[in-house]
Write a protein that binds this ligand. Structure first.
Ligand code: SF4
Length: 331
């Protein structure tokens, strides 16, 4: 089957000023060689701490920022250069949903008008037809007609996120990139919106690239999870594998921080030591080695490659593959 979305070796580096009298410059490696595939109607979650490169990856696959190197293919074709007519036509099939629905909506317009807007931009329908379709789509995301006439500030956070989803879906996209779509919502509303994501996927067959720092959230919606650290994927697999038996020490630390709700199921929290990641000063070898509780001598100089472990998941850790070079504990 042809992948809906394929990223191959995507990287995005930025030249930055480091300050000082000599005006030193450095390179910020926001994303540094990310590869994955997403099949139609599936959900791939990108997770990791703030600053790990999740959002930049999302912008790269949509063509919103150009890559320093690497390629993105959508339905088997290379992504056209941003701003071209071919790219604009493709964007109707690749939509984005942001964290802050209020910021994504125009406070001066009723929501039904905003949901109909993409139909006006892409042409082909009369105003009454556009409005009818917008009302139908708002009903599909659980927003009844009386609420459709309201302005964004008259709706709750959950209702606004439904409006944003309706606007993203109105052109029948194959892919929606959702960047922290529920992190601004109350926990009770989060569950409802996550269920809506699942229902919409079943109804429309849309694929989601779901970005979140919250592992609890992705556990509910993802078919596959990729954990990012300092611009790279360090582990990728099904939620069952990652949450049940995390292989990478960083994933283990993230999973250990998820609260356990069942009685008699305590989990020992792994607290990572050392500084939070700085993408301007990526450590040599394994970028995680200064914080890794099980680092070995070789981890300081040898970059672990993301590769299959034989149990259906990909891991970038010397220990996960038992590499001979990485046997000696760090001093
Ligand atoms: Fe830890 Fe070494 Fe594995 Fe990196 S490669 S996660 S430092 S054990």
């Amino acid at each position: 089957m042809t992948a809906l979305l394929e990223a191959e070796g995507l990287a995005r580096h930025y030249a930055v000023r480091l300050g000082g009298l000599l005006g030193r410059r450095g390179v910020l490696r926001a994303v540094d060689g990310v590869s994955f595939r997403l099949d139609p109607g599936r959900t791939l979650a990108l997770v990791g701490e703030s600053g790990c490169g999740k959002t930049t990856t999302a912008k790269l696959v949509l063509g919103l920022v150009p890559p320093t190197r690497g390629t993105t293919r959508f339905e088997g074709e290379a992504l056209p250069p941003a701003g071209t007519a071919a790219w604009r036509a493709l964007r109707a099939r690749m939509q984005m949903v942001y964290q802050d629905p209020l910021g994504a909506l125009d406070r001066r317009l009723p929501v039904v008008v905003q949901v109909a807007e993409p139909l006006a931009i892409h042409g082909g329908l009369r105003p009454a037809e556009r409005r009818e379709r917008a009302l139908a789509m708002l009903a599909q995301v659980g927003l009844p007609a009386p609420l459709a006439q309201r302005y964004p500030h008259e709706l709750s956070g959950g209702q606004r996120q439904r409006v944003v989803l309706a606007r993203a879906l109105i052109l029948g996209p194959r892919l929606i990139v959702a960047d922290e779509p529920v992190s601004a919502l109350d926990v009770s509303i989060q569950a409802q919106v996550l269920t809506l994501f699942e229902e919409l996927q079943a109804r429309f067959g849309v694929a989601f690239l779901f970005i979140s720092h919250d592992l609890k959230v992705v556990r509910q919606v993802a078919h596959e999870v990729a954990v990012m650290y300092l611009g790279r994927i360090v582990e990728q697999g099904t939620p069952e594998a990652l949450f049940g038996d995390p292989a990478h020490p960083y994933t283990r630390a993230l999973v250990s921080a998820i609260p356990v709700v069942r009685r008699n199921r305590a989990r020992v929290r792994i607290v990572l030591e050392g500084d939070p990641p700085n993408p301007i000063a990526v450590p040599p070898g394994c970028a995680f080695h200064p914080r890794c509780p099980v680092a070995l001598a070789a981890c300081r100089s040898e970059v672990p490659v993301l590769k299959a472990r034989g149990d259906g998941r990909l891991v970038a850790c010397h220990l996960a593959h038992g590499e001979a070079a990485a046997r000696r504990p760090a001093a």
